[in-house]
Ligand binder design. Sequence first.
Ligand SMILES: CC(C)(COP(=O)(O)OP(=O)(O)OC[C@H]1O[C@@H](n2cnc3c(N)ncnc32)[C@H](O)[C@@H]1OP(=O)(O)O)[C@@H](O)C(=O)NCCC(=O)NCCS
Length: 175
Amino acid sequence: MSGLRFALLEPDALGTVLALQREACGPLMHPLGEAELSDMLAGPHRGHGAVLGALTDDALAAFLAVQFPGRADHNLGRDYGLHDGDLDRALHFTGILVHPDRRGQGLHRRLIETAAQGVLPPDRHRYWFATVRPENTASVRGMLSVGMHVFARKPKHDGHDRLLFVRDLSAPAGG
Ligand SMILES: CC(C)(COP(=O)(O)OP(=O)(O)OC[C@H]1O[C@@H](n2cnc3c(N)ncnc32)[C@H](O)[C@@H]1OP(=O)(O)O)[C@@H](O)C(=O)NCCC(=O)NCCS
């Protein structure tokens, strides 16, 4: 796939991200709220996350929203049994969305790999977490393809059952 550039999005991308979400979120993703998205767009140093975009010359083709939940109650590390100190080293893949014209081309995996390799401060995370509706086959496969595995299934966000994924970067591959 060519013609895409990956870049951390700036706060002024809020409207563009929300527009893509309105257009193409579908029923299986829990939509991101404006306030939480703004906080992530503030970047890993100023805010509590980051949003990686896949851009064409004139449009946003996809994004990955990442959150550092810190000691918040909703930190999925609590479900995983992490101790308080390790909660600071958890990140959530809070939302991932690919424009329908670009689906099925491996962007789910590329967004996560690009974020992991060059964009997210390595000292900020050891544990990756995500929740995915079990019927969201593309996202389940996308999470598995980057080495994450399911550690629980329970209602999250809107009361729907979700698979809880984790990857511990210090564990051997597949751990
Ligand atoms: C989920 C979503 C991000 C996947 O993005 P994508 O770039 O099309 O996914 P990929 O092309 O990387 O495919 C990921 C895997 O799912 C498979 N897949 C893709 N589309 C599929 C489909 N419609 N049905 C079944 N499997 C599918 C791919 O073959 C790939 O599997 P593999 O790693 O075993 O080869 C995209 O469908 C989307 O934006 N959906 C709406 C928002 C959403 O639900 N987000 C996830 C919850 S936060």
